[in-house]
Write a protein that binds this ligand. Structure first.
Ligand SMILES: NC(=O)c1ccc[n+]([C@@H]2O[C@H](COP(=O)([O-])OP(=O)(O)OC[C@H]3O[C@@H](n4cnc5c(N)ncnc54)[C@H](O)[C@@H]3O)[C@@H](O)[C@H]2O)c1
Length: 255
């Protein structure tokens, strides 16, 4: 029997085959999970469709996390198709382009609000309506980055969003623990994706991991997928409110 046989998982935030959400989808599928993938808009629909076609039986659902009605529609569909849910993966982030260039001090109020709404609040927004579908417990996980704790040039307001996201993980873990719903984050090292391309200097960050991380290489998205399998499975049943680093050990290095 595979580790995730009978597990039903929704992965929020797949844009294309480079998405971390897709690496997670492949790993969860390999271990037997049944999947739903959400995508933000028509802009990415055809690329997501190509991925969904590779895993027959996968639901493909459109939802912008700034629209509560679209979030509700995702769970209505999951309820009617599956009746319940075991795993929720949050793999969503966005900051307006102008907020990722220049100095952090120039962050605009509007840019701050948009970034925090899409990249952090959305974890609350997609978790709350999932709870009633998890009567016997479940696992919620979000993708974060070490810029939540340290300063990375250009990461700017997204660093603040990641700090908020990690704090939300802890508060949700406290709220939902009594219902046996665990909430954790995976802090991945740099991976070349659509979102990463929006961070000026990203290639330099990635290079630094090869040079300084104890494992001496950059992060493979499949490693993140395998950690997601652990968090979705009973193997992590005692783990909640935590941030697991999948960054080749970069976060422990001082110099
Ligand atoms: N790539 C990296 O180096 C890296 C490292 C650590 C953490 N992360 C995190 O991993 C997660 C996934 O990012 P990725 O790197 O796979 O890039 P990606 O661009 O493939 O994924 C980001 C997703 O967010 C979605 N999104 C943006 N605004 C949305 C909205 N309003 N409603 C719904 N969806 C929306 C995009 O459509 C996309 O699917 C993000 O939280 C990111 O910060 C990435």
């Amino acid at each position: 029997m595979a580790l995730l046989d009978g597990n039903h998982a929704v992965i929020w935030g797949v844009a294309n085959r480079a998405s971390i959400g897709w690496a997670i989808a492949q790993a969860l599928h390999r271990e037997g999970a049944t999947l739903a993938l959400t995508y933000e808009s028509d802009r990415v629909e055809s690329r997501v469709q190509e991925l969904v076609d590779q895993i027959p039986g996968t639901l493909m659902l459109k939802a912008d996390v700034q629209k509560d009605g679209e979030i509700e529609s995702v769970y209505d569909r999951i309820k009617s198709e599956w009746g319940h849910l075991d795993t929720v993966v949050h793999s969503i982030a966005y900051a307006p382009k102008e907020e990722m260039v220049g100095a952090f001090i120039d962050t605009s109020r509007q840019g701050f609000n948009t970034t925090l709404d899409i990249s952090a609040y959305s974890l609350i927004g997609i978790t709350r309506p999932a709870v009633s579908l998890m009567p016997e417990g479940g696992s919620v996980m979000a993708m974060t980055y070490i810029a939540s704790r340290r300063v990375f040039p250009s990461y700017n307001v997204m660093g603040i969003a990641k700090s908020a996201l990690e704090s939300i993980v802890r508060y949700l873990a406290s709220d939902l623990g009594p219902q046996n719903i665990r909430v954790n984050a995976i802090s991945a090292g740099p991976i070349s994706t659509l979102a990463a391309k929006g961070v000026p200097g990203f290639t330099r960050f990635k290079q630094a991991y090869t040079e300084r991380a104890p494992l001496g290489r950059s992060t493979d998205p499949a490693e993140v997928g395998d950690t997601a399998v652990y968090l979705a499975s009973h193997l992590s049943r005692g783990v909640t409110g935590d941030v697991l680093y999948v960054d080749e050990g970069y976060h422990v290095v001082g110099f």
